[in-house]
Design a protein around this ligand. Structure first.
Ligand code: THU
Length: 129
């Protein structure tokens, strides 16, 4: 699984977002160390704070399925105009991912033309443990 392939899967996952309030569709593709793939998308709510991000949506599915260690996550976003735009994970999602990682997992975000790959430890250097 290349980084480009993982990002392409995240972009596909964004199609399944429920984002009637922001119009901002986010998809995540999460690769566990045992080679399994999990997907998520943002699910918004009329009470905005009840919204769940794509990354945590994928993480919850993975953990439910028994996965506990992760190689990489790709995050893809599509704006209200249907354009793919870069979206690094929010702070809450970084902390949620850190629960199941030593910080070495690869976080892929950006666009297909300008994909960025940053270790989680660099995105969240002082995460809570
Ligand atoms: N969103 C995510 O899915 N992941 C992030 O890391 C940041 C934001 C979603 C939440 C909300 O539905 C929309 O993007 C706009 O904030």
């Amino acid at each position: 699984m290349t980084d480009d392939q993982l990002y392409a899967l995240a972009l596909e996952a964004a199609q399944n977002a429920y984002a009637p309030y922001s119009g901002f569709r986010v998809g995540a593709a999460l690769l566990s160390t045992d080679g399994r793939l999990f997907f998520g998308a943002n699910v918004e709510n009329a009470s905005y704070g009840a919204t769940i991000c794509a990354e945590r949506s994928a993480l919850v599915q993975a953990v439910f399925s028994g996965a506990r260690q992760f190689e990489a996550i790709a995050v893809a976003a599509v704006n209200a105009d249907g354009e793919a735009v870069g979206a690094p994970p929010c702070g809450i999602c970084r902390q949620a991912l850190l629960e199941f990682n030593d910080g070495s997992m690869r976080v892929l975000f950006g666009t297909a033309q300008a994909l960025q790959c940053v270790p989680l430890s660099e995105l969240l250097p002082y995460g809570f443990r």
